[in-house]
Ligand binder design. Sequence first.
Ligand SMILES: [Zn+2]
Length: 148
Amino acid sequence: MKKLSCYILLVLVACNSPKNQAENTENDNCKTCGMHSLPYPKWNVTWKNTNQTKWFCSPRCMFIQVHKTPSLVNPSDSLLVTDYYTQNRMAAQKAFFVIGSDITSPMGHDFVPLQDEKAATDFMTEHKGKQVLRFEEVNNEVIKNLGK
Ligand SMILES: [Zn+2]
């Protein structure tokens, strides 16, 4: 299974590098939806492993990928999201994500990252959030029902 995942990853990387560029060349299209990610610095997610940096256009696309193909995301990989208020980057595993608020990302309803519980509580009040979730609490059911 792990071999197959590596193979799929290699094929994906190969497909994304049509010009045979240097190996550290970054492709900033979202790995889930294909959208150009850099125009949305407040929302995009940096996905770094030892070999390369990849992007998701938003936390929603990150969670879709994490749950669709968990084997592609190693525990040692770094997933960086941006705090809504301070714009500080932080590990997604440490963030508090608010759902059901009146703030939307380029993907529509999304998971708004906050750096601590206080910020998440303030955001809930200011933007009519419905729920605060930690990284490990997000599952396919939550993703599917986002915005409902
Ligand atoms: Zn995306």
